[in-house]
Design a protein around this ligand. Structure first.
Ligand code: PNS
Length: 162
């Protein structure tokens, strides 16, 4: 048993992410969800909004906390005295990039391992980018997101349209 960091952009958090979080919470003593503050793409939601959405949908999980972070993931892991990084793998196409990042992280922080959980098959196609694209064109996103998150995506897009 250990403390794990589950990092991501979570813009927005999907049911696929939530599935990984719930399964990680069963395996670990403690799970810290690390929400990346500044990533290269312009996010739909601010870091604080993403943190709040994650806090709300993980309120039923006693051993899960949510924080935002900037800079290197391994520094965030060290700062929280965590042991592991958790990443989800949806398909072989994810593997090459995830392996490269995990190996780079292991070179810069030899004490931190990354473990991979296979995404639940029913969410294997799902990504935050797909959700945003479907939502932007007025499609139904209810199958992809927790209900409160789907509401916030619709609200944010309608605010943006003005
Ligand atoms: O949800 P995402 O966008 O796939 O998450 C990517 C994330 C946040 C895990 C990754 O971009 C990250 O760790 N960023 C922090 C900077 C860093 O440490 N990069 C890895 C060094 S190779």
């Amino acid at each position: 048993m250990a403390t794990a960091v589950y990092p991501g952009s979570f813009d927005p958090v999907t049911l696929g992410h939530l599935d990984i979080i719930e399964r990680s919470a069963k395996m670990m003593d403690h799970v810290i969800i690390g929400v990346l503050k500044n990533y290269s793409k312009t996010p739909l939601f601010s870091a604080q909004e993403r943190v709040n959405m994650l806090k709300s949908i993980t309120a039923h999980l006693d051993n899960v906390e949510v924080q935002s972070f900037g800079g290197l993931l391994v520094d965030f892991v060290h700062m929280n005295h965590a042991d592991l990084i958790i990443r989800g793998l949806r398909a072989v196409s994810d593997f090459e990039y995830e392996l490269q990042v995990a190996q780079a992280n292991r070179v810069i922080a030899t004490d931190i391992d990354t473990i991979f959980l296979t995404t639940n098959i029913k969410y294997s196609y799902l990504s935050s980018s797909i959700v945003k694209e479907v939502a932007a064109f007025g499609g139904n996103i209810n199958e992809f997101l927790p209900p409160s998150v789907a509401d916030q995506v619709r609200k944010k897009l309608s605010e943006q349209k003005g």
